[in-house]
Design a protein. Structure first.
Length: 303
């Protein structure tokens, strides 16, 4: 049957596989030049971060850029939000604008490009990065590239820490800045003072449901209910805390878990008589929803 006599609907069905194949994603050798241009563009972005070249960082991303960076909570929309997110905003003093922070070197270890038509590419790659402070990480990135006015530009991205890097990070000791150390010490002292003053509202916020405590001289381990009840019993006894000191505290941080190794001195007054107790302790805190909570401790007392 001559092709001109074939009904139009059938002709469309016959030709559809061929037209679809022509428009399907391609990764053939004919696009090697495009791949090379895209990779060079990505490497130029990394280099701009290293050199803190803010104009170049802006120029290599589209005005309508969309996506997520490593610590994004919500989608970033547009170039202005992107620049703010990397610390390159007009009022920023961190990130790209901090001379002591940011990237020192990079190495792309895995790279793939898939084209969708002539002017759209999805790029997946893995990169090892080294920070100026010496920390190393591995990033897993998916970029969206668009060809506009004959040139490839990054129009979107999703940057995340590689799962293996996350495992390394949470199992390695973190540096504790002086500011964070003071925050930890304040949280620890707040728990102790809340217990001695029977501040039930504060204790319920600072001590989570899963807490476990081993107190000096106690026969049983305490759960959260027992800890709160102990604070009530102390207040009912009429005793008062006169002085509280922590002569020595060493801190380890792994991910969001904080371990304190401490010595303590408490001075109590009961019916006009004062007594002093000294001991050692191991305390565990976890950073949860922006707050440090005390998940457990083990105290002993000097004889």
């Amino acid at each position: 049957m001559p092709i001109k006599s074939v009904p139009f609907a059938i002709l469309v069905l016959l030709l559809t596989p061929f037209t679809t194949a022509a428009q399907a994603p391609g990764n053939d050798g004919a696009r090697e030049q495009d791949k090379a241009e895209i990779r060079a563009h990505i490497e130029s972005i990394f280099q701009a971060f290293i050199e803190k070249d803010i104009p170049k960082l802006r120029a290599t991303h589209s005005e309508d850029w969309r996506g997520f960076l490593e610590y994004s909570d919500v989608p970033i929309k547009g170039i202005d939000q992107y620049m703010e997110s990397i610390g390159a905003g007009p009022d920023s003093t961190w990130g790209v604008k901090d001379p002591h922070d940011g990237m020192k070197s990079f190495k792309i270890t895995s790279f793939d490009v898939l084209f969708h038509g002539p002017d759209l590419a999805v790029v997946s790659f893995v990169a090892d990065v080294q920070s100026r402070g010496g920390a190393a990480s591995t990033l897993r990135i998916l970029d969206v590239y668009a060809r506009r006015d004959g040139r490839w530009i990054q129009a979107g991205s999703h940057t995340a820490v590689h799962p293996e890097a996350i495992e390394r990070r949470i199992s390695s000791p973190a540096n504790v800045s002086p500011q964070f150390r003071q925050e930890i010490l304040r949280a620890r002292e707040a728990v102790w003072r809340a217990w001695f003053s029977n501040d039930q509202a504060s204790l319920q916020k600072m001590i989570p449901a899963e807490a476990v405590a081993i107190d000096a001289g106690a026969d049983r381990w305490s759960d959260r209910a027992a800890i709160l009840e102990g604070a009530k019993d102390f207040a009912a006894s009429g005793a008062k805390l006169v002085n509280l000191e922590f002569p020595r505290t060493d801190i380890q941080v792994y991910g969001r878990t904080i371990i304190l190794y401490t010595t303590y001195v408490t001075e109590l007054e009961t019916q006009g008589k004062k007594s002093t107790q000294r001991g050692r302790g191991t305390e565990v805190f976890v950073e949860r929803d922006g707050q440090l909570v005390n998940t457990g401790w083990h105290l002993d007392a000097e004889n």
